[in-house]
Design a protein around this ligand. Sequence first.
Ligand code: PFF
Length: 504
Amino acid sequence: MSPNKEFWSSSKGFVLAMAGSAIGLGNIWRFSYIMGKYGGAAFMLVYLAAIFLIGLPIMLCELSLGRASGKGPLEAMTELAPKKTKLSFLAAVALILCATAFALKGLYFYAGTCGFFALGALLFGWGFLGFTVTFLTPLMIAVFYSVVGGWIIVYAIISPMGRIFREPAFSAELLDNIVTASGSQFWVTIAAALAFFLATAFIVMAGVQKGIERFSKIFMPLIFILIVAIIIRALTLPNAHEGLRFLFLPDFSKLSAEGVMAALGQAFFTLSLGSGVGIAYGSYLGRSSSLPKTACTIVIMDTFASILAGLAIFPLLFSTGLSPEEGTSLVFKVLPVAFGKLPLSPLWGTLFFLMLLLAALTSSISMLEGAVQGIMQKLYLSRAKAVILLIIVLGPLVPLTAVSAANYSNVPKLGQFFTETLKLRSESFFAILDNTTCLWLMPLAGLMTLLYVSYVWGNKSALEEMNCFNAFDWLFSKMWLFVVRFISPVLVIMAFLKGLGIFF
Ligand code: PFF
Protein backbone atom coordinates (compact mmCIF):
# COMPACT_ATOMS: atom_id res chain seq x y z
CA MET A 1 0.00 0.00 0.00
CA SER A 2 1.42 3.40 -0.87
CA PRO A 3 0.80 6.08 1.75
CA ASN A 4 1.41 8.71 -0.88
CA LYS A 5 -1.91 8.08 -2.50
CA GLU A 6 -2.73 11.05 -0.27
CA PHE A 7 -2.24 14.66 -1.38
CA TRP A 8 -3.26 18.11 -0.15
CA SER A 9 -6.44 19.20 -1.92
CA SER A 10 -4.90 22.57 -2.82
CA SER A 11 -1.82 24.68 -2.36
CA LYS A 12 -3.79 26.87 0.06
CA GLY A 13 -4.64 23.80 2.15
CA PHE A 14 -0.94 22.93 2.29
CA VAL A 15 0.06 26.46 3.34
CA LEU A 16 -2.56 26.46 6.10
CA ALA A 17 -1.48 23.04 7.34
CA MET A 18 2.18 24.10 7.40
CA ALA A 19 1.26 27.39 9.08
CA GLY A 20 -0.88 25.35 11.49
CA SER A 21 2.16 23.28 12.38
CA ALA A 22 4.37 26.33 12.77
CA ILE A 23 1.92 28.50 14.70
CA GLY A 24 1.34 26.94 18.09
CA LEU A 25 2.41 27.00 21.70
CA GLY A 26 5.85 28.05 20.42
CA ASN A 27 4.50 31.42 19.30
CA ILE A 28 2.39 32.10 22.36
CA TRP A 29 3.48 30.12 25.40
CA ARG A 30 7.18 29.57 24.61
CA PHE A 31 7.90 32.82 22.74
CA SER A 32 6.46 34.97 25.52
CA TYR A 33 8.24 33.29 28.43
CA ILE A 34 11.56 33.13 26.58
CA MET A 35 11.28 36.78 25.51
CA GLY A 36 10.51 37.63 29.12
CA LYS A 37 13.49 35.62 30.37
CA TYR A 38 16.08 36.88 27.88
CA GLY A 39 15.28 40.54 27.79
CA GLY A 40 12.64 41.47 25.21
CA ALA A 41 13.47 43.37 22.04
CA ALA A 42 17.23 42.51 21.85
CA PHE A 43 16.29 38.84 21.95
CA MET A 44 13.65 39.47 19.30
CA LEU A 45 16.24 40.88 16.87
CA VAL A 46 18.48 37.82 17.19
CA TYR A 47 15.39 35.65 16.82
CA LEU A 48 14.32 37.45 13.63
CA ALA A 49 17.84 37.09 12.17
CA ALA A 50 17.72 33.38 12.98
CA ILE A 51 14.29 33.04 11.34
CA PHE A 52 15.28 34.65 8.04
CA LEU A 53 18.94 33.62 7.72
CA ILE A 54 18.62 30.10 9.06
CA GLY A 55 14.98 29.08 9.42
CA LEU A 56 13.66 30.07 6.00
CA PRO A 57 16.56 28.47 4.06
CA ILE A 58 16.18 25.23 6.04
CA MET A 59 12.44 25.18 5.47
CA LEU A 60 13.05 25.38 1.73
CA CYS A 61 15.53 22.50 1.98
CA GLU A 62 12.97 20.40 3.84
CA LEU A 63 10.11 21.16 1.46
CA SER A 64 12.22 20.37 -1.60
CA LEU A 65 13.46 17.12 -0.07
CA GLY A 66 9.90 16.15 0.80
CA ARG A 67 8.41 16.87 -2.58
CA ALA A 68 11.32 15.33 -4.47
CA SER A 69 11.16 12.06 -2.55
CA GLY A 70 7.38 12.01 -2.33
CA LYS A 71 7.84 9.70 0.62
CA GLY A 72 8.57 11.68 3.77
CA PRO A 73 11.60 12.04 6.04
CA LEU A 74 12.46 8.40 6.65
CA GLU A 75 12.95 7.62 2.97
CA ALA A 76 14.05 11.05 1.71
CA MET A 77 17.47 10.74 3.33
CA THR A 78 18.17 7.34 1.85
CA GLU A 79 16.56 7.37 -1.59
CA LEU A 80 17.72 10.64 -3.12
CA ALA A 81 21.46 10.12 -2.67
CA PRO A 82 23.94 7.53 -1.31
CA LYS A 83 23.25 6.54 2.28
CA LYS A 84 26.81 6.75 3.55
CA THR A 85 29.18 9.48 2.43
CA LYS A 86 32.40 11.06 3.66
CA LEU A 87 30.32 13.77 5.31
CA SER A 88 28.22 11.31 7.33
CA PHE A 89 31.47 9.69 8.48
CA LEU A 90 32.88 13.09 9.43
CA ALA A 91 29.73 13.86 11.43
CA ALA A 92 30.16 10.57 13.31
CA VAL A 93 33.78 11.46 14.13
CA ALA A 94 32.71 14.93 15.38
CA LEU A 95 30.09 13.29 17.59
CA ILE A 96 32.63 10.85 19.02
CA LEU A 97 34.87 13.82 19.92
CA CYS A 98 31.91 15.55 21.63
CA ALA A 99 31.08 12.34 23.53
CA THR A 100 34.67 12.10 24.76
CA ALA A 101 34.69 15.76 25.86
CA PHE A 102 31.44 15.30 27.79
CA ALA A 103 32.69 12.08 29.39
CA LEU A 104 35.88 13.82 30.55
CA LYS A 105 33.74 16.51 32.17
CA GLY A 106 31.71 13.84 33.95
CA LEU A 107 28.54 14.62 31.97
CA TYR A 108 27.70 11.01 31.23
CA PHE A 109 24.13 11.58 30.08
CA TYR A 110 25.27 13.92 27.31
CA ALA A 111 28.27 11.72 26.52
CA GLY A 112 25.94 8.73 26.10
CA THR A 113 23.59 10.71 23.87
CA CYS A 114 26.44 11.83 21.58
CA GLY A 115 27.79 8.27 21.51
CA PHE A 116 24.36 6.98 20.48
CA PHE A 117 24.19 9.47 17.60
CA ALA A 118 27.76 8.69 16.53
CA LEU A 119 26.96 4.98 16.38
CA GLY A 120 23.78 5.68 14.40
CA ALA A 121 25.68 7.85 11.91
CA LEU A 122 28.39 5.20 11.49
CA LEU A 123 25.97 2.33 10.98
CA PHE A 124 23.20 3.99 8.99
CA GLY A 125 24.78 7.12 7.50
CA TRP A 126 22.18 9.69 6.42
CA GLY A 127 19.42 7.18 7.15
CA PHE A 128 20.01 7.95 10.82
CA LEU A 129 19.21 11.62 10.23
CA GLY A 130 15.97 10.41 8.62
CA PHE A 131 15.23 8.26 11.67
CA THR A 132 15.92 11.16 14.05
CA VAL A 133 13.64 13.61 12.29
CA THR A 134 10.92 11.02 11.70
CA PHE A 135 10.68 9.50 15.15
CA LEU A 136 13.02 10.76 17.81
CA THR A 137 12.66 14.55 17.77
CA PRO A 138 8.99 15.03 16.83
CA LEU A 139 7.78 12.31 19.19
CA MET A 140 9.80 13.68 22.09
CA ILE A 141 8.23 17.07 21.41
CA ALA A 142 4.77 15.51 21.08
CA VAL A 143 5.07 14.13 24.61
CA PHE A 144 5.92 17.37 26.42
CA TYR A 145 3.62 19.34 24.13
CA SER A 146 0.72 17.11 25.24
CA VAL A 147 1.43 18.02 28.85
CA VAL A 148 1.16 21.73 28.10
CA GLY A 149 -1.86 20.97 25.89
CA GLY A 150 -3.44 19.30 28.92
CA TRP A 151 -2.93 22.39 31.09
CA ILE A 152 -4.64 24.43 28.39
CA ILE A 153 -7.63 22.07 28.27
CA VAL A 154 -8.10 22.50 32.02
CA TYR A 155 -7.81 26.28 31.76
CA ALA A 156 -10.19 26.45 28.82
CA ILE A 157 -12.75 24.45 30.81
CA ILE A 158 -12.50 26.45 34.05
CA SER A 159 -12.20 29.88 32.43
CA PRO A 160 -15.92 30.47 31.68
CA MET A 161 -16.73 30.01 35.39
CA GLY A 162 -14.66 33.10 36.02
CA ARG A 163 -13.55 32.29 39.58
CA ILE A 164 -9.87 31.97 38.63
CA PHE A 165 -9.95 35.54 37.35
CA ARG A 166 -11.90 37.02 40.25
CA GLU A 167 -10.18 35.41 43.25
CA PRO A 168 -6.38 35.56 43.01
CA ALA A 169 -5.80 33.31 46.08
CA PHE A 170 -8.11 30.59 44.74
CA SER A 171 -6.60 30.81 41.28
CA ALA A 172 -3.00 30.78 42.53
CA GLU A 173 -3.54 27.52 44.41
CA LEU A 174 -5.65 25.83 41.77
CA LEU A 175 -3.37 26.84 38.94
CA ASP A 176 -0.31 25.76 40.86
CA ASN A 177 -1.87 22.37 41.43
CA ILE A 178 -2.61 21.94 37.75
CA VAL A 179 0.83 22.89 36.51
CA THR A 180 2.56 20.83 39.18
CA ALA A 181 0.03 17.97 39.01
CA SER A 182 -0.37 17.92 42.76
CA GLY A 183 -3.14 17.92 45.33
CA SER A 184 -6.59 17.16 44.06
CA GLN A 185 -5.49 18.06 40.54
CA PHE A 186 -3.08 15.13 40.16
CA TRP A 187 -5.43 12.94 38.12
CA VAL A 188 -7.01 15.89 36.34
CA THR A 189 -3.62 16.95 34.97
CA ILE A 190 -2.80 13.43 33.82
CA ALA A 191 -6.22 12.90 32.23
CA ALA A 192 -6.06 16.26 30.45
CA ALA A 193 -2.58 15.56 29.01
CA LEU A 194 -3.79 12.17 27.77
CA ALA A 195 -6.94 13.75 26.33
CA PHE A 196 -4.84 16.22 24.35
CA PHE A 197 -2.57 13.45 23.09
CA LEU A 198 -5.51 11.25 22.05
CA ALA A 199 -7.30 14.16 20.33
CA THR A 200 -4.13 14.75 18.30
CA ALA A 201 -3.88 11.07 17.39
CA PHE A 202 -7.50 10.91 16.23
CA ILE A 203 -7.14 13.92 13.94
CA VAL A 204 -4.05 12.32 12.37
CA MET A 205 -5.97 9.06 12.01
CA ALA A 206 -8.57 10.84 9.88
CA GLY A 207 -5.92 11.40 7.20
CA VAL A 208 -4.14 14.18 5.35
CA GLN A 209 -7.12 15.88 3.68
CA LYS A 210 -9.96 14.90 5.97
CA GLY A 211 -8.02 15.30 9.21
CA ILE A 212 -5.02 17.61 9.10
CA GLU A 213 -6.03 19.86 6.18
CA ARG A 214 -9.68 20.23 7.15
CA PHE A 215 -8.86 20.99 10.78
CA SER A 216 -6.23 23.60 9.85
CA LYS A 217 -8.46 25.26 7.24
CA ILE A 218 -11.28 25.76 9.72
CA PHE A 219 -9.30 26.80 12.76
CA MET A 220 -6.29 28.78 11.52
CA PRO A 221 -8.38 31.82 10.48
CA LEU A 222 -10.27 31.60 13.79
CA ILE A 223 -6.99 31.72 15.74
CA PHE A 224 -6.02 34.97 14.00
CA ILE A 225 -9.43 36.54 14.65
CA LEU A 226 -9.28 35.63 18.36
CA ILE A 227 -5.77 36.98 18.84
CA VAL A 228 -6.61 40.27 17.12
CA ALA A 229 -9.60 40.68 19.45
CA ILE A 230 -7.33 40.22 22.47
CA ILE A 231 -4.74 42.66 21.09
CA ILE A 232 -7.36 45.37 20.65
CA ARG A 233 -8.37 44.88 24.29
CA ALA A 234 -4.74 44.85 25.52
CA LEU A 235 -3.63 47.93 23.59
CA THR A 236 -6.48 50.03 24.87
CA LEU A 237 -5.41 49.54 28.51
CA PRO A 238 -3.50 52.19 30.48
CA ASN A 239 0.29 51.71 30.45
CA ALA A 240 0.11 49.38 27.44
CA HIS A 241 3.01 51.36 25.93
CA GLU A 242 5.39 49.79 28.50
CA GLY A 243 4.67 46.43 26.91
CA LEU A 244 5.36 47.84 23.45
CA ARG A 245 8.62 49.31 24.71
CA PHE A 246 9.66 45.90 26.08
CA LEU A 247 8.77 44.30 22.76
CA PHE A 248 10.36 46.78 20.37
CA LEU A 249 13.11 48.81 22.14
CA PRO A 250 16.26 46.66 22.35
CA ASP A 251 18.61 46.69 25.32
CA PHE A 252 21.61 44.65 24.20
CA SER A 253 23.15 44.58 27.68
CA LYS A 254 20.48 42.03 28.55
CA LEU A 255 21.47 39.63 25.77
CA SER A 256 23.57 36.66 26.95
CA ALA A 257 25.19 33.69 25.16
CA GLU A 258 22.39 31.61 26.57
CA GLY A 259 19.92 34.08 25.04
CA VAL A 260 21.47 33.65 21.59
CA MET A 261 21.16 29.86 21.81
CA ALA A 262 17.60 30.25 23.06
CA ALA A 263 16.79 32.49 20.08
CA LEU A 264 18.15 29.89 17.70
CA GLY A 265 16.26 27.09 19.44
CA GLN A 266 13.10 29.16 19.35
CA ALA A 267 13.49 29.80 15.60
CA PHE A 268 13.72 26.04 15.01
CA PHE A 269 10.86 25.24 17.34
CA THR A 270 8.48 27.84 16.01
CA LEU A 271 9.02 26.85 12.37
CA SER A 272 8.85 23.12 13.25
CA LEU A 273 12.29 22.64 11.68
CA GLY A 274 14.63 19.71 12.14
CA SER A 275 11.68 17.51 13.05
CA GLY A 276 10.59 16.12 9.71
CA VAL A 277 7.41 18.19 9.32
CA GLY A 278 8.52 20.09 6.19
CA ILE A 279 9.60 16.84 4.56
CA ALA A 280 6.47 14.91 5.53
CA TYR A 281 4.02 17.66 4.57
CA GLY A 282 6.08 18.52 1.45
CA SER A 283 5.73 14.93 0.26
CA TYR A 284 1.96 15.40 -0.09
CA LEU A 285 2.38 18.54 -2.20
CA GLY A 286 1.58 18.50 -5.92
CA ARG A 287 4.15 19.58 -8.50
CA SER A 288 2.40 22.79 -9.46
CA SER A 289 3.27 25.05 -6.50
CA SER A 290 6.39 27.19 -6.30
CA LEU A 291 8.32 26.37 -3.15
CA PRO A 292 10.04 29.77 -2.59
CA LYS A 293 6.70 31.56 -2.53
CA THR A 294 5.12 28.91 -0.31
CA ALA A 295 8.01 28.87 2.19
CA CYS A 296 8.08 32.68 2.42
CA THR A 297 4.33 32.78 3.06
CA ILE A 298 4.57 30.21 5.86
CA VAL A 299 7.54 31.90 7.56
CA ILE A 300 5.96 35.37 7.36
CA MET A 301 2.66 34.06 8.77
CA ASP A 302 4.49 32.42 11.67
CA THR A 303 6.60 35.48 12.48
CA PHE A 304 3.52 37.67 12.28
CA ALA A 305 1.76 35.31 14.73
CA SER A 306 4.62 35.58 17.26
CA ILE A 307 4.60 39.36 17.07
CA LEU A 308 0.82 39.39 17.43
CA ALA A 309 1.10 37.16 20.50
CA GLY A 310 3.68 39.56 21.95
CA LEU A 311 1.36 42.47 21.20
CA ALA A 312 -1.41 40.73 23.13
CA ILE A 313 0.61 39.47 26.08
CA PHE A 314 3.18 42.14 27.02
CA PRO A 315 0.90 45.22 27.05
CA LEU A 316 -1.53 43.16 29.12
CA LEU A 317 1.20 42.23 31.61
CA PHE A 318 2.71 45.68 31.94
CA SER A 319 -0.62 47.45 32.20
CA THR A 320 -1.54 45.20 35.09
CA GLY A 321 1.84 45.67 36.80
CA LEU A 322 2.98 42.06 36.45
CA SER A 323 6.42 40.65 35.60
CA PRO A 324 7.28 39.02 32.27
CA GLU A 325 10.04 37.00 33.93
CA GLU A 326 7.81 34.33 35.39
CA GLY A 327 9.17 31.47 33.22
CA THR A 328 7.26 28.51 31.78
CA SER A 329 4.16 29.31 33.76
CA LEU A 330 3.94 32.90 32.43
CA VAL A 331 0.89 32.32 30.28
CA PHE A 332 -0.73 30.07 32.87
CA LYS A 333 -0.08 31.86 36.14
CA VAL A 334 0.37 35.49 35.31
CA LEU A 335 -2.10 35.96 32.50
CA PRO A 336 -5.19 34.85 34.45
CA VAL A 337 -4.30 37.47 37.06
CA ALA A 338 -3.90 40.04 34.28
CA PHE A 339 -7.22 39.01 32.73
CA GLY A 340 -8.81 39.24 36.17
CA LYS A 341 -8.15 42.96 36.19
CA LEU A 342 -10.17 43.49 33.02
CA PRO A 343 -13.91 43.90 32.75
CA LEU A 344 -15.54 40.76 31.25
CA SER A 345 -12.51 38.69 32.32
CA PRO A 346 -14.13 35.24 31.83
CA LEU A 347 -14.87 36.15 28.22
CA TRP A 348 -11.32 37.30 27.41
CA GLY A 349 -9.75 34.48 29.38
CA THR A 350 -11.87 31.81 27.73
CA LEU A 351 -11.21 33.22 24.26
CA PHE A 352 -7.50 33.24 24.94
CA PHE A 353 -7.26 29.65 26.15
CA LEU A 354 -9.54 28.41 23.38
CA MET A 355 -7.27 30.02 20.84
CA LEU A 356 -4.23 28.49 22.50
CA LEU A 357 -5.83 25.04 22.44
CA LEU A 358 -6.63 25.22 18.72
CA ALA A 359 -3.16 26.51 17.89
CA ALA A 360 -1.61 23.70 19.95
CA LEU A 361 -3.68 21.02 18.19
CA THR A 362 -2.83 22.16 14.65
CA SER A 363 0.84 21.90 15.67
CA SER A 364 0.76 18.63 17.56
CA ILE A 365 -0.85 16.77 14.64
CA SER A 366 2.20 17.62 12.54
CA MET A 367 4.51 15.98 15.11
CA LEU A 368 2.82 12.62 14.65
CA GLU A 369 2.33 12.72 10.87
CA GLY A 370 5.94 11.98 9.81
CA ALA A 371 6.15 9.07 12.24
CA VAL A 372 2.79 7.67 11.08
CA GLN A 373 3.94 7.95 7.46
CA GLY A 374 7.23 6.19 8.34
CA ILE A 375 5.45 3.35 10.18
CA MET A 376 2.99 2.88 7.30
CA GLN A 377 5.86 2.59 4.84
CA LYS A 378 8.17 0.37 6.85
CA LEU A 379 5.68 -1.94 8.54
CA TYR A 380 3.04 -1.92 5.76
CA LEU A 381 0.35 -0.92 8.24
CA SER A 382 -2.79 1.09 7.59
CA ARG A 383 -2.93 4.68 8.89
CA ALA A 384 -5.27 3.67 11.72
CA LYS A 385 -3.00 0.84 12.87
CA ALA A 386 0.09 3.06 12.67
CA VAL A 387 -1.62 5.65 14.88
CA ILE A 388 -2.70 2.98 17.38
CA LEU A 389 0.90 1.74 17.56
CA LEU A 390 2.05 5.27 18.38
CA ILE A 391 -0.64 5.61 21.05
CA ILE A 392 0.54 2.38 22.69
CA VAL A 393 4.21 3.38 22.64
CA LEU A 394 3.93 7.05 23.57
CA GLY A 395 0.81 6.95 25.75
CA PRO A 396 2.61 5.86 28.96
CA LEU A 397 5.25 8.58 28.55
CA VAL A 398 2.64 11.35 28.62
CA PRO A 399 1.55 10.95 32.30
CA LEU A 400 5.16 10.38 33.30
CA THR A 401 6.16 13.69 31.79
CA ALA A 402 3.09 15.42 33.19
CA VAL A 403 4.02 14.53 36.75
CA SER A 404 7.64 15.50 36.16
CA ALA A 405 6.87 19.05 35.02
CA ALA A 406 7.25 20.44 38.54
CA ASN A 407 10.49 18.58 39.21
CA TYR A 408 8.62 15.64 40.72
CA SER A 409 7.57 17.62 43.80
CA ASN A 410 4.32 15.65 43.76
CA VAL A 411 5.94 12.22 43.29
CA PRO A 412 9.28 12.38 45.16
CA LYS A 413 10.04 8.65 44.70
CA LEU A 414 9.92 9.01 40.93
CA GLY A 415 12.09 12.10 41.24
CA GLN A 416 14.67 10.17 43.23
CA PHE A 417 14.70 7.44 40.60
CA PHE A 418 15.47 9.87 37.78
CA THR A 419 17.83 12.22 39.56
CA GLU A 420 19.67 9.76 41.81
CA THR A 421 19.41 6.33 40.20
CA LEU A 422 19.61 7.47 36.57
CA LYS A 423 21.69 10.57 37.43
CA LEU A 424 19.73 12.80 35.06
CA ARG A 425 20.96 15.84 36.99
CA SER A 426 18.18 17.70 38.73
CA GLU A 427 16.17 18.28 35.59
CA SER A 428 12.70 16.89 35.18
CA PHE A 429 11.79 14.66 32.28
CA PHE A 430 9.69 17.56 30.98
CA ALA A 431 12.68 19.96 30.99
CA ILE A 432 14.96 17.37 29.43
CA LEU A 433 12.55 16.79 26.54
CA ASP A 434 12.10 20.54 25.99
CA ASN A 435 15.81 21.42 26.21
CA THR A 436 17.23 18.47 24.30
CA THR A 437 14.88 18.92 21.37
CA CYS A 438 14.93 22.72 21.06
CA LEU A 439 18.53 23.45 21.94
CA TRP A 440 20.24 20.42 20.41
CA LEU A 441 18.28 17.99 18.27
CA MET A 442 16.41 20.49 16.09
CA PRO A 443 19.39 22.79 15.32
CA LEU A 444 21.69 19.80 14.78
CA ALA A 445 19.23 18.11 12.44
CA GLY A 446 18.72 21.46 10.68
CA LEU A 447 22.48 21.82 10.20
CA MET A 448 22.77 18.27 8.88
CA THR A 449 19.85 18.87 6.49
CA LEU A 450 21.61 21.98 5.13
CA LEU A 451 24.78 19.98 4.57
CA TYR A 452 22.86 17.07 3.06
CA VAL A 453 21.10 19.29 0.54
CA SER A 454 24.22 21.32 -0.31
CA TYR A 455 26.82 18.60 -0.50
CA VAL A 456 25.09 15.23 -0.85
CA TRP A 457 21.79 15.56 -2.70
CA GLY A 458 23.05 18.76 -4.34
CA ASN A 459 21.70 22.30 -4.61
CA LYS A 460 21.04 21.77 -8.28
CA SER A 461 18.50 19.04 -7.61
CA ALA A 462 16.92 21.18 -4.90
CA LEU A 463 16.70 24.16 -7.27
CA GLU A 464 15.00 22.03 -9.91
CA GLU A 465 12.48 20.87 -7.34
CA MET A 466 11.59 24.39 -6.27
CA ASN A 467 9.64 25.36 -9.39
CA CYS A 468 10.58 28.96 -9.91
CA PHE A 469 7.76 30.68 -11.78
CA ASN A 470 8.72 34.34 -11.84
CA ALA A 471 11.51 36.86 -11.22
CA PHE A 472 10.93 36.81 -7.45
CA ASP A 473 11.26 33.02 -7.26
CA TRP A 474 14.34 33.11 -9.45
CA LEU A 475 16.11 35.86 -7.47
CA PHE A 476 15.12 34.25 -4.20
CA SER A 477 16.43 30.86 -5.22
CA LYS A 478 19.81 32.36 -6.22
CA MET A 479 20.09 34.05 -2.82
CA TRP A 480 19.01 30.83 -1.16
CA LEU A 481 21.80 28.94 -2.87
CA PHE A 482 24.39 31.26 -1.40
CA VAL A 483 22.86 31.42 2.09
CA VAL A 484 22.43 27.65 2.38
CA ARG A 485 26.04 26.98 1.44
CA PHE A 486 27.91 29.72 3.20
CA ILE A 487 25.79 31.59 5.74
CA SER A 488 23.28 29.34 7.53
CA PRO A 489 25.65 26.47 8.46
CA VAL A 490 28.29 28.91 9.72
CA LEU A 491 25.71 30.77 11.82
CA VAL A 492 24.34 27.56 13.36
CA ILE A 493 27.85 26.36 14.20
CA MET A 494 28.76 29.77 15.69
CA ALA A 495 25.61 29.76 17.80
CA PHE A 496 26.46 26.27 19.07
CA LEU A 497 29.98 27.35 19.97
CA LYS A 498 28.66 30.43 21.69
CA GLY A 499 26.12 28.34 23.59
CA LEU A 500 28.89 26.01 24.72
CA GLY A 501 30.92 29.02 25.85
CA ILE A 502 33.78 28.08 23.49
CA PHE A 503 33.72 31.11 21.22
CA PHE A 504 33.28 34.91 21.57
N1 PFF B 1 6.01 24.94 15.68
C1 PFF B 1 5.27 24.48 16.82
C2 PFF B 1 5.00 25.64 17.75
O1 PFF B 1 5.52 26.73 17.53
O2 PFF B 1 4.28 25.45 18.71
C3 PFF B 1 5.98 23.39 17.56
C4 PFF B 1 6.41 22.22 16.73
C5 PFF B 1 5.51 21.58 15.87
C6 PFF B 1 7.69 21.73 16.86
C7 PFF B 1 5.92 20.47 15.15
C8 PFF B 1 8.09 20.64 16.14
C9 PFF B 1 7.22 20.01 15.31
F1 PFF B 1 7.60 18.95 14.65
